[in-house]
Design a protein around this ligand. Sequence first.
Ligand SMILES: [Zn+2]
Length: 152
Amino acid sequence: MRCAHCGQEYPSEYYFKTDTVCLDCFGKMSPEERKKVVNNYLMPHPMTSTTFGIEGYRVVKQLGVVRGVIVRSRSIVGKIGADLQTLFGGNITLFTELCEKTRAEACDMMVAHANQIGANAVLGVRYDATEVMDGVTEVLCYGTAVFVEPVK
Ligand SMILES: [Zn+2]
């Protein structure tokens, strides 16, 4: 493996802090630079799982529950459109889209929280939605933040 910063060739990933930065280079970096390379390394979405394991990786550290919460109200136009769709039945696309977007945002927030506490994966991811009041929905995304490493 070759370090993307100093170009030095190393025999294994044990010499690396992330997939592209060696321990030496990482040691010389400023806190901002470190944050940047670590965030790039974390690659949030492929490393979230609804199960309690990721194939090819093992959990080396449990960092606790992380969550993301989004509270969203429907626009009145969206509501009228959806009311019309409800009359015709089937998949209510206006809501499907809204729910998808809201879930993705809640998930992003959860992943950001996991990154902050030094996790590189989130396991056992669940979604929960509650109607707080008429037309206002809270979407919660939560999971267990962990630090994983590839199984040798
Ligand atoms: Zn290096």
